[in-house]
Design a protein around this ligand. Sequence first.
Ligand SMILES: NC(=O)c1ccc[n+]([C@@H]2O[C@H](COP(=O)([O-])OP(=O)(O)OC[C@H]3O[C@@H](n4cnc5c(N)ncnc54)[C@H](OP(=O)(O)O)[C@@H]3O)[C@@H](O)[C@H]2O)c1
Length: 267
Amino acid sequence: MAPVPSRLLTSGSEIPMLGFGTGTLGVRSKQTEEEVMEVLDTALECGYRHFDTAYAYSNEAAIGRSLKKWTSQGKVKREDLFITTKLSPDHNREADVAMSLQKSLANLGLSYVDLYLVHFPIGITVCKVKPAVLQVEANAYFQERPLRTFCQENNIALCAYSPLGSPYKHSGSDQTSVLNDPVVEEVAARLHKTPAQVLLRFLHQLDIIPITKSASRTHQLENIQMLDFQLSAEEMERFTALDKGEAARKFSIHFLPNIENHPEFPF
Ligand SMILES: NC(=O)c1ccc[n+]([C@@H]2O[C@H](COP(=O)([O-])OP(=O)(O)OC[C@H]3O[C@@H](n4cnc5c(N)ncnc54)[C@H](OP(=O)(O)O)[C@@H]3O)[C@@H](O)[C@H]2O)c1
């Protein structure tokens, strides 16, 4: 498998154009550290080099152990990895940020991370320091078009979480999963690809960096192979027409009490 292509960030780092998400790996899924390490092992074997974690996921230590195993065995160099972690939402006050980053570095067993994100919230149109990367929910049902234009105009790389519509969030919902959308299924079948591959490819061709998670080796391999083909202009147009806007949002910030009173709301 050829290496995942990368994009130069305003920070000077090169970010691989496909990331591996770890949000639901670990204690949140009642997985042991060894089980998380097994998932990371297969992801590294498949060719993933860009990993997305967060202090809040409580899995930095398992991920760090996995990366250490690979670097100490000489199977990968630290400089070939792109590691993202995120500021704990409890530590948004300026005085707490350095301490929080140090905790994450200690958990990961690393001397630096390649990207440190404010987990939430971040008011992108009002922030004083332009970020190199913005990570938001985006997929064919929720395309974030105005935000995409804003990022393109300001040279901010856009990463998409929930690129497959986070199907695990569908239980009990009457919404169709984007993975089962008839247009997605039809285009995938015509190209002899899977729905996940065409959905990831759609984002890739929009210059969005998908961060996708899979605990299964088959899905991990399938997802990285979205780099091996192209969608035509007509297929891109059909996918663009699938946008449902806000109605398709899965991740809400309203679990934070009184968030609507924040001066930068709705961010
Ligand atoms: N910044 C934030 O606030 C924020 C919020 C949410 C998420 N994130 C990050 O973004 C990452 C991705 O988000 P997500 O996990 O919700 O997104 P996702 O990739 O849309 O959804 C992951 C789900 O899709 C399934 N899946 C993966 N590949 C598949 C395939 N080829 N075919 C069918 N199903 C497939 C996985 O199941 P299997 O494991 O069974 O394959 C898993 O249940 C997270 O892990 C986290 O790192 C960040």
